[in-house]
Design a protein around this ligand. Structure first.
Ligand SMILES: [Zn+2]
Length: 91
């Protein structure tokens, strides 16, 4: 059985290993130590890790788009400020 873990949603590492507590299984990234949701079965833990990975990835994508929009707005404002600063210096 090959591993069907998705890469870590937080650091994109593929160094993923299953781990467990006394009663639950969970998936852990050995690079950034992020852990997935706990589950009673290993299969469930893997499933939830893979789902988490998709959820976080799409959330990050949305966040990045939002961030990009805000950075672009900020750049506009900065440019405007620079112009204003420049003209006020000339007076
Ligand atoms: Zn990680």
């Amino acid at each position: 059985m090959g591993s069907s873990f998705k890469n870590c949603p937080y650091c994109s590492s593929h160094l993923i290993k299953p781990s467990h507590t006394l009663f639950n299984y969970y998936i852990q990234c050995t690079t950034c130590q992020a852990t997935g949701p706990k589950n009673r079965t290993l299969e469930g833990a893997i499933l939830r890790w893979n789902n988490l990975s998709e959820t976080v990835l799409s959330a990050t994508l949305i966040q990045n788009n939002d961030l990009l929009t805000r950075i672009m707005k900020m750049e506009d404002t900065m440019q405007q400020l620079e112009v204003e600063l420049h003209t006020s210096h000339l007076e």
